[in-house]
Write a protein that binds this ligand. Sequence first.
Ligand code: ATP
Ligand code: MG
Length: 284
Amino acid sequence: MNLKIAIQKKGRLSETSLKLLEECGINISNGSRILKATAKNFPIEILFLRDDDIPQYVEQGVVDIGILGENEVLEKDKNIDIISRLGFAACNLCLAIPKDEEYSGISYFEDKKIATSYPKILTKFFQEQNINVQIEEIGGSVEIAPSIGLANAIFDIVSTGSTLLTNGLKQVETVMKSEAVLVAGKNLPEAQKKILDRLLFRIKAVQNSAENKYILLNAPNDKLQEIIDVLPGMKAPTVLPLATAGWSSVHSVIKEDTFWEIIEQLKDLGAEGILVLEIEKMIL
Ligand code: ATP
Ligand code: MG
């Protein structure tokens, strides 16, 4: 019995989705140019699809789970669950207007024509704002819509903003933030649920390792307690005596986002020989 997962065949999510599975110890030998592959060392079957089709396939139970952008999940609005946020393919879905236009606030859009590939998300947004707009659905190259007279504004994915600039547009509102997510069907069979739990456990370990660093340092014994207080560690830091009298070696795990702050405090407290290492996997 295999768990069936759908990932994007070709596009911004395909490499990173495969990389995540690899980091979870799942090896796919056949490469990604085919439609279906079975992992050798984990009960999982991978289907390579267009991201647009994934929500529907998950809802219908053709596949059990899938990896895709949250934006696509919301737009397709199928009866499926987001079970994990994956932290890659981060982007914003934004409203943009010609750069010389004066922007007075959201009411600017009243009775305007907006081109987008995400009509559902946009319709909902303007309904909540009580603003009447005309939505022009197009499949791609949304940024050129204003310059060819198709629309007054656009609603699209923005990651750096440079595409907007080259098309004479400026971003004026962020409607939603998106990242890659793992989705699952509502009624997974028990056997598939068990495999999914194993996969989620591995994903968590990969995510934890990315968020944390392993730290080793030498501490003068008279400052040991103060140094330990700055280092939370998974339980408590490991302390080992150094061959030099009066010194100890301290090992712990610190969070990436508080990293520099902690290093500065440790240095001020007299820590020396601080080493910071990548963690490959982290099981809590
Ligand atoms: P498909 O052929 O599978 O339908 P696509 O053209 O719809 O592909 P991509 O451009 O590969 O999709 O983008 C897939 C997802 O990656 C988007 O839905 C979004 O969640 C995310 N994404 C898109 N553009 C960016 C970007 N510029 N930066 C970061 N993430 C992005
Ligand atoms: Mg698509």
